[in-house]
Design a protein around this ligand. Structure first.
Ligand SMILES: [Zn+2]
Length: 99
């Protein structure tokens, strides 16, 4: 996106961002691969990238929580929390685990 994209352009050279609706130079919009009629401005592309990273982080967090619960069930089934050596360490881990 260069400044020349905004200079000397009439309405014919402009299109609206499909995300925010802001009029933008047509050649400054990012086009979707399978739907080139959809153009998104750079600000919205960055916004969508942040949302995608947030979504990905949520999926990873859920996977980690599931793995931690699986390990917790196995530890409880073996009775390790009641053992005098492993019990205090496992309780400390359980208190400080984010999952
Ligand atoms: Zn936009």
């Amino acid at each position: 996106m260069g400044a020349e994209a905004h200079l000397g352009t009439g309405q014919a050279d402009r299109d609206e961002c499909w995300c925010c609706g802001r009029p933008t130079a047509r050649d400054a919009l990012v086009r979707l691969g399978s739907h080139p009629e959809v153009g998104i401005c750079v600000n919205c592309v960055r916004f969508l990238g942040r949302r995608a990273r947030d979504r990905q982080a949520t999926v990873v967090r859920q996977q980690l929580r599931g793995a931690a619960e699986s390990i917790r069930r196995k530890v409880m089934a073996r009775g390790w929390p009641s053992h005098p050596v492993t019990g205090p360490a496992l309780r400390w881990i359980n208190r400080h685990s984010p999952w």
